[in-house]
Design a protein around this ligand. Structure first.
Ligand code: PLP
Ligand SMILES: N[C@@H](CCOP(=O)(O)O)C(=O)O
Length: 471
């Protein structure tokens, strides 16, 4: 299967190349040239199956070439063996027809582990087989970075550089990135926002000489493999609630639009999803866009759900590609409008296509705190602030049939954001035993201005140093 760029100008490539390439050379994002469709009996058969077995079927349909077959199955088994819950991603009922899909039982307590544990295995495998090294660059609002550090630390073929917004992640998130003693891992505290960090990462990919010199690779949801691996849990959740014979809706706490796009992919692969609810915090660009059709970033405001403090939502480009009938020229025009005029307008037809599958809602800070308190009182269940945004949006039920179960993606463990949880409930969730000493670990990070030149100079310097020491 080949993968095509959303901007239509980069040559199509196979899965392993898309995995290593990150951003396409025309600035676009890779998508498979078609979505494989799973038979209804196959999906029904997922009920009660092990998570790793479902992943083998779902990813087996998306992955081909040098990564397919027994190697893929072995890496899937190894990835999910790192999760602390036997079900990997268990489903918990918190109300009538309301469920939380707990995606946070991996090593760093956030949903990113589900894909990142596998990405570490896949990249290491391909790089070793090809005798190559890579410099991984990632932008994070807290969780992608910690998951990447955990998945790639100590691997011989890669240096990892993670850019996070200085002072705008939780202490647990920061320490998960800075408290790791591995010479191939570099945490960079950027004097800016997540959007600045993501723009610098994309800028480095678009700087061809630097990209080739450092052999850049990406682990943000820029990377198609991340989105593909996140599709699995939509299938496990829906099958356990009677899918595909009973439709299910999902409410997805959203920032960079990768997780909810994975739901769209599951739907294209044959899973009957009624609604995909795009739940944002006060950084509500996606809810506004679904409402008005105008995509207009505003300044980022800090919230209690910092991982969603994003205004330039990378994966929305993939949805535009779909809504515009996979017309790369149309996507290039919209993205040029964003670059030049800081906005674009989605035309009526594509907007209607998007609204047929997605609804948007923004949840402010007071409602988020109120939801954490309410769910604790009514269901005895502790929500982290990101998941609380999803639960609140699900209760609002925009465009949703109340007879259809709603699954909220539980994107982070409450112990990652203990201050917000304690303020709302009086309960301070403890870190699980494997992270009990996190707050005592020495920290190692570098503060840099939000300038691409400064970041490139740092990566050149440290990347070489690591290679020199390893040689
Ligand atoms: C805890 C948490 N919830 C939700 C999100 C939003 O996910 P996405 O960026 O895929 O929309 C993120 C980060 O992306 C996150 O870390
Ligand atoms: N919320 C994310 C932001 C990056 O998203 P990604 O899915 O594109 O990696 C984070 O926690 O870093």
């Amino acid at each position: 299967m080949l993968h095509v760029s959303t901007r239509g100008e980069a040559p199509p490539i196979g899965f392993a190349d898309a995995l290593l390439t990150g951003l396409a050379r025309d600035g676009g994002l890779y998508m498979p040239e078609r979505f494989p469709v799973l038979a209804p009996e196959t999906i029904a058969g997922f009920a009660g199956r092990r998570f790793a077995d479902v992943a083998k079927t779902v990813l087996g349909a998306l992955v081909d070439g040098e990564l397919a077959g027994p190697d893929l199955d072995r890496m899937i088994e190894a990835s999910y063996a790192t999760f602390r819950h036997p079900a990997v991603c268990p489903l918990v009922q918190i109300g009538d027809n309301l469920f939380v899909l707990e995606l946070f039982h991996g090593p760093t307590l956030a949903f990113k582990d589900v894909a990142m544990q596998l990405l570490g295995q896949l990249m290491d495998h391909v790089l070793r087989a090809r005798g190559q090294r890579a410099t991984i660059v990632g932008a994070t609002s807290g969780d992608t970075g910690s998951a990447a550090v955990e998945a790639f630390r100590g691997l011989s073929q890669v240096d990892v550089f993670i850019l996070y917004p200085h002072g705008r992640v939780s202490e647990v998130q920061r320490r998960q990135m800075t408290g790791v003693d591995a010479p191939n891992v570099h945490a960079v505290a950027l004097e800016g926002t997540f959007d600045d960090a993501q723009a610098i990462v994309k800028g480095m990919f678009n700087h061809a000489r630097f990209r080739d010199e450092m052999q850049l690779s990406g682990v943000n949801s820029i990377n198609w493999a991340r989105v593909a691996a996140q599709a699995t849990y939509y299938f496990t959740a829906a099958a356990s609630l009677g899918g595909p014979h009973r439709p299910v809706s999902f409410s997805v706490p959203t920032g960079n639009f990768g997780d909810v796009l994975a739901g769209y992919v599951a739907k294209r692969m044959g899973l009957p999803i009624e609604r995909l609810m795009v739940a944002t915090n006060a950084n509500d660009i996606l809810a506004r866009t679904l409402e008005s059709g105008a995509y207009e970033p505003r300044g980022v405001v800090p919230t209690a759900s910092p991982s969603m403090d994003i205004q330039v939502s990378s994966n929305f480009e993939r949805l535009l590609f779909e809504a515009y009938g996979r017309d790369g020229t149309a996507v290039r025009r919209l993205m040029a409008g964003l670059q030049q005029g800081r906005r674009f307008m989605i035309e009526a037809g594509p907007l209607q296509a998007i609204r047929a599958e997605f609804s948007g809602s923004a949840v402010d800070e007071a409602a988020t705190a109120d939801e954490i308190g309410r769910t604790w009182r009514e269901a005895g269940y502790l929500l982290d602030p990101h998941t609380a945004v999803g639960v609140r949006a699900a209760r609002g039920g925009l465009g949703h049939d109340p007879a259809t179960p709603v699954v909220v993606l539980g994107t982070a463990h409450p112990a990652k954001f203990p201050d917000a949880v304690e303020r709302a409930t009086g309960v301070r969730p403890p870190l699980p035993p494997h992270l009990a000493d996190l707050m005592d670990r020495p920290e190692r990070f570098t503060v840099l201005p939000a300038e691409q030149g400064a970041v490139e100079a740092f990566i050149r310097d440290r990347g070489r140093a690591v290679r020199g020491a390893a040689a």
